[in-house]
Design a protein around this ligand. Structure first.
Ligand code: HPA
Length: 270
């Protein structure tokens, strides 16, 4: 595993621009942020030997070096999902590679269904905690102690420091933010009304099919994590409407500019 990570990291290191410490992973429909990046180098995932490539429409697939609001960054425009049939180690490989090239902080974004009755489509939810309902974990198996601990502490997986900066930034921008617990599920089905209700009872405010495995591996590798969901549909009893992947992408793209403004503005402060 480590050898494969290092091989990919070496390939990317040779093409690296500057010395970025922050990485951003863009979720479904949230690729609009790439318009604001001063892109210095863009590498298609399929050109990176050994790198997992997404099969889903709407999930771009490029590794970007550039600057955003004056801050050197790596942007992963698109991710692979568990529901595509990859295993947990594979979908979190990019996080391992980021650590290997020197990244210290990571911003994860996703589209999610809102279950908190006070949420609206288009809201942005800062993730304060998660529930792993994938039925799997990327750290299962023999542990490589060079990478991280056998028993990972998860008391503050989502940095309270970064969340505080987000709320302070949002206030100055007049952006209203929600905050809540993200339920990570395998998908690819969207939830039944009974599942949405159960997840809410269990303590989750939003549900989606990514981010949780990435956060686990990011914490395992000692990265500071900030994550946010764009609420693209509602799983609130009485408000549930039929949704499709296209509608999720459209809703994400509509709310995308607000997320972009928030991330851009807070970047120099993190
Ligand atoms: N459920 C799961 N994943 C999602 C949803 C949802 O309602 N919306 C966007 N991603």
């Amino acid at each position: 595993m480590l050898e494969r990570i290092q091989k990919i990291a070496h390939f990317l290191d040779e093409r690296k621009i500057g010395n970025p410490k922050v990485a951003i992973v863009l979720g479904s429909g949230l690729g609009g942020l790439t318009q604001q990046i001063h892109i210095q180098r863009e590498i298609a995932y399929r050109e990176i030997p050994g790198y997992p490539v997404s099969t889903v429409q709407g999930h771009g697939g490029t590794w970007i070096y550039g600057t955003l609001n004056g801050v050197e960054i790596v942007v992963l425009n698109g991710r692979v999902h568990y529901y595509e049939g990859y295993d947990m180690k594979e979908i979190t490989l990019p996080i391992q590679v980021l650590k290997e090239i020197g990244i210290e902080k990571i911003i994860l974004s996703n589209a999610a269904g809102g279950m908190n009755p006070s949420f609206k489509v288009g809201d942005i939810m800062i993730i304060k905690d998660h529930i792993n309902l994938f039925g799997n974990n990327p750290l299962l198996g023999i542990n490589d102690d060079r990478l991280g601990p056998r028993f990972l502490e998860m008391g503050e997986a989502y940095s309270s420091r970064l969340r505080k900066i987000a709320f302070q930034t949002a206030k100055t921008l007049g952006i209203h933010l929600q905050e809540g617990v993200y339920m990570g599920v395998s998908g690819p089905c969207y939830e039944t009304p009974a599942e949405y209700r159960m997840f809410h009872v269990m303590g989750a405010d939003a549900v989606g099919m990514s981010t949780v495995p990435e956060t686990i591996v990011a914490r395992y590798r000692g990265l500071e994590v900030f994550a946010l969901s764009v609420i693209t549909d509602l799983g609130v009893i009485g408000l549930i409407e039929k949704i499709s992947h296209e509608e999720v992408l459209t809703a994400a793209a509509a709310a995308g500019p607000i997320m972009e403004t928030l991330v851009c503005t807070m970047l120099p402060k993190i």
